[in-house]
Design a protein around this ligand. Structure first.
Ligand code: ATP
Length: 141
């Protein structure tokens, strides 16, 4: 396969490079909808939802690497898609019991904040809850 038929997907966080691979297709959940990027796509930059990034594994028809990302953005140019996020985990590195505990904590915080009409705390708890639920979903549990 010619080099130009592939794009590179790189996921970086403040902790370092979480994922890098070459692929024929990567799928991103942006704040304006899902986009699939193929090699030679036009340059773009988009904000990401707290969701998953899916990268087709070379040489397979339907196998995807899955990475949970906590928002951030994706920039694509010159056949390189760079995801920059505060945190990101490959599916196989997700600690599901940690995410389950985080979900329970966030649910409790959200409930208390609602009772106290504490909008800011409720918003933060909602984000924590979405991150935890996303990790649980991506881990497949
Ligand atoms: P927790 O409350 O469990 O710490 P969090 O949402 O506050 O979760 P983050 O601040 O988003 O955690 O991430 C801190 C670091 O821990 C990052 O490196 C992130 O990749 C990692 N991390 C968080 N939760 C998990 C998990 N369930 N499995 C694996 N790594 C995780």
């Amino acid at each position: 396969m010619a080099e130009q038929d592939l794009l590179t997907v790189s996921v970086v966080t403040p902790d370092g490079n979480v994922y890098e691979s070459q692929t024929r297709l990567a799928v991103f959940k942006t704040t304006v909808g899902e986009i699939g990027i193929l090699p030679n796509h036009i340059p773009l930059i988009a904000s990401l939802e707290i969701d998953e990034v899916r990268v087709k594994v070379q040489g397979t028809d339907d196998k995807f690497d899955e990475i949970a990302v906590s928002g951030g953005f994706v920039e694509f140019s010159n056949n390189v898609a760079t995801v920059v996020a505060n945190s990101a985990e490959k599916k196989e590195n997700i600690d599901t019991s940690r995410a389950t505990k985080a979900r329970e904590r966030a649910e409790r915080r959200l409930e208390t904040a609602k009772q106290n009409n504490d909008v800011d705390t409720a918003k933060r708890a909602e984000i924590s809850l979405r991150k935890a639920v996303n990790r649980i979903n991506v881990s497949g549990h």
